[in-house]
Write a protein that binds this ligand. Structure first.
Ligand SMILES: *Cc1c(COP(=O)(O)O)cnc(C)c1O
Length: 394
């Protein structure tokens, strides 16, 4: 059997998969089995935040795996404690962290904190979490219900847990809060929903209002976190201090990890929550190496340069090909081009792959760019050259 047949026979077919067989990567360039190279503008959906084969990450993992990969959370874990400290310091947040293994799990943790907060801090229990339409919060039964897209709530998987309500935009949150509402859960830039950033002033106003009401603001930074928008957290960029922040994608550089951070350190107590794998030696060692690389890149000003360089190139493309793209959207290195329609989007992604460039889709009609934060200028130049070749025939 060839690889495609093997996959189709033995792997559950839950993805519309591409069958290019990548065998190695270096920085933001990937190589397939016949040696063809591809520029990686997707970084494994914002996961390979420091590119492929980064020596700091690889060396840290090699050294750690020779000593120990895992012991349980019944023991103290040195890199876990240090990673928690680093995340709090780099995001200037006075809080504490629980480690999980994915974005959905981080959001589950956030919802549990909110539910217990609602049980203990109000006379009458509050449990309802408001989320936004076009949001994305994960694939577990609870986080799929938290996701404000009707298409995700198919009857196939019902019944879903209670306690979620959706509103169409930030302004309509105010009138939908009632005496059962305990939290509002939002992304600051909706990723899967179409690379859509919210207005800074609207978010700041909402944060101030919720604080005054004693209602929790949970920010899902699974995609926006870990310097994706140019700051450690998008919350830093928006200058807000949420009650709870979740992170995952870029934190482990490809090693699975999720994190939920909160300033309400006293809500969860021993026995309330747990994870067998969460925050083990492997994943937290990876997290420390990733933050070492990225905080260095940030402090040197190089991250900011890359971000501006990428944005400028993308704006040129948007202007030059206004027949295909309505506008350029996004923040930092979380960018998109709003295509005229879904067919154009499909053709752009497919042609790019043939030209040796990996880009993503988001929503119905957005071409999504999530390059690694360590991408070089040469790779950006080469990537956009290939992109132009790919779209010129459409
Ligand atoms: C990807 C994503 C998730 C889900 O993360 P998983 O690791 O796939 O569980 C949740 N929220 C946002 C905003 C995401 O982008």
């Amino acid at each position: 059997m060839n690889l495609e047949q093997l996959d189709k026979q033995y792997v559950l077919q839950t993805y519309a998969r591409d069958y290019t067989n990548f065998v190695k990567g270096e920085s933001s360039t990937l190589f397939d089995e016949v040696g063809k190279d591809y520029i990686d503008f997707a970084s494994g959906i914002a996961v390979n935040s420091i590119g492929h084969n980064n020596p700091t990450l690889v060396n840290a993992l090699c050294e750690q795996t020779k000593k120990m990969i895992h012991i349980s959370n019944l023991q103290v874990i040195e890199p876990q404690a240090k990673l928690a400290e680093q995340i709090c310091k780099l995001s200037d947040y006075d809080g504490a962290i629980f480690f999980a293994n994915s974005g959905a799990e981080a959001n589950e943790g956030a919802i549990k904190i909110a539910r217990k907060y609602g049980e203990t801090k109000f006379d009458k229990k509050r449990y309802k979490v408001l989320t936004l339409e076009h949001s994305f919060h994960g694939r577990t039964i609870t986080t799929v219900k938290a996701t404000g897209q009707e298409s995700f709530h198919t009857p196939n998987f019902s019944p879903y847990p209670d306690g979620f309500a959706y509103v169409d935009n930030i302004e309509s949150i105010y009138s939908n809060i009632d005496d059962e509402t305990v939290a509002v859960l939002i992304e600051l830039v909706q990723g899967e929903g179409g690379v859509q950033p919210f207005e800074r002033e609207a978010v700041q106003k909402l944060a101030a209002f919720l604080k005054e009401q004693g209602i929790l603001l949970i920010v899902d930074e699974v995609q926006t976190g870990i310097y994706r928008t140019g700051e450690m957290l998008a919350s830093n960029l928006y200058e807000i201090e949420p009650d709870i922040v979740t992170m995952a994608k870029g934190l482990g550089g490809g090693v699975p990890i999720g994190a939920v951070m909160t300033k309400h350190k006293d809500i969860l107590t021993a026995g309330d929550h747990g994870s067998t794998f969460g925050g083990n030696y492997l994943s937290t060692t990876a997290g420390l190496a990733v933050l070492e690389v990225l905080s260095g890149l940030y402090d040197s000003g190089k991250l900011h340069e890359t971000l501006i360089y990428f944005e400028t190139k993308l704006q040129e493309i948007a202007k030059k090909y206004s027949n295909l793209f309505e506008k350029e959207v996004g923040l930092g290195l979380m960018r998109g081009l709003r295509a005229k329609d879904a067919d154009t989007l499909g053709a752009v992604v497919k042609n790019s792959m043939s030209e040796g460039l990996i880009v993503l889709k988001a929503g119905r009609n957005t071409v999504r760019f999530l390059p690694s934060l360590t991408i070089t200028k040469a790779e950006i130049d080469e990537g956009f050259e290939r992109f132009e070749k790919a779209i010129s025939s459409i």
